[in-house]
Ligand binder design. Structure first.
Ligand code: 2OP
Length: 227
């Protein structure tokens, strides 16, 4: 068993599944279009978070999520009134955890690792998501990028996490499925684990992840936690 670590988990895409919202979107359209809309919404959400950070025009992640939905609907020519759009944004607080997450967090906590969340989500979004999914029981600290009004992968966000956790940045491992988050945290000085849930391609800029795993079960194996 390896020494206990401080693990900072990304939320969306790593612990809970934002693309799973497509089942809610089947209210509006057929399953294939709903999946396309879910993916476009997520892609726009990330793009908008990068843009407002680069522009130094911070708005919180719920605002970014709402604007991204508006944009994705317009691109796909789906007409939806404001009230229905708000309901969809509210559904972001009820995303489902990936199947390996609960057991993985249980085993990581039992092995003595400290489990935190570092997310671009606003504090309320993070708290709601963790409470509604029951994952809050495993997480001892919730850190939001909102606390410094900039989104990952800005280095200040990772430095802020180090301050909140009270440990040098090099002693914290960012665990994320999002390549931008893995290269960003590494660039700021963290250790990293890329949770490659989709069998995807890693970014071609930045350093390779320190650990490459396919889920939290894989992370447990990489950290030598016995089954
Ligand atoms: C996060 O949870 C947006 O997935 C990203 O910070």
């Amino acid at each position: 068993v390896s020494d206990p670590e401080v693990l900072a988990f990304d939320l969306y895409g790593t612990l809970v599944d934002p693309i799973g919202i497509s089942t809610t979107l089947t209210r509006l359209t057929n399953p294939v279009t709903a999946l396309e809309l879910a993916r476009l919404w997520r892609q726009r959400q990330l793009e908008y978070s990068f843009r407002v950070t680069a522009m130094e025009r911070y708005q919180d992640f719920r605002w970014v999520t709402a604007r991204a939905l508006e944009d994705a609907l317009a691109v796909m020519a789906i007409d939806l009134d404001v009230a229905a759009q708000s309901e969809l944004v509210a559904a972001y607080d009820h995303l489902t955890p990936f199947p390996d997450v609960e057991e993985g967090l249980t085993r990581l906590a039992a092995a003595g690792h400290r489990l935190t969340v570092l997310s671009n989500g606003s504090p309320a979004m993070i708290a709601n998501s963790l409470t509604n999914s029951g994952l809050d029981a495993y997480i001892d600290l919730q850190i939001s990028a909102d606390e410094i009004s900039a989104f990952k992968p800005a280095p200040l966000v990772y430095l802020h996490a180090s301050t909140r956790i009270g440990r040098p940045i090099g002693e914290i491992r960012m665990v994320s499925s999002n390549p931008f988050d893995v290269i960003g945290s590494k660039s700021a000085g963290m250790r990293t684990a890329w949770v490659d849930r989709a069998g995807g391609v890693f970014d071609s800029i930045g350093q390779q992840p320190d650990l490459l795993v396919n889920g939290l079960d894989g992370l447990c194996r990489a950290l030598d936690i016995p089954t």
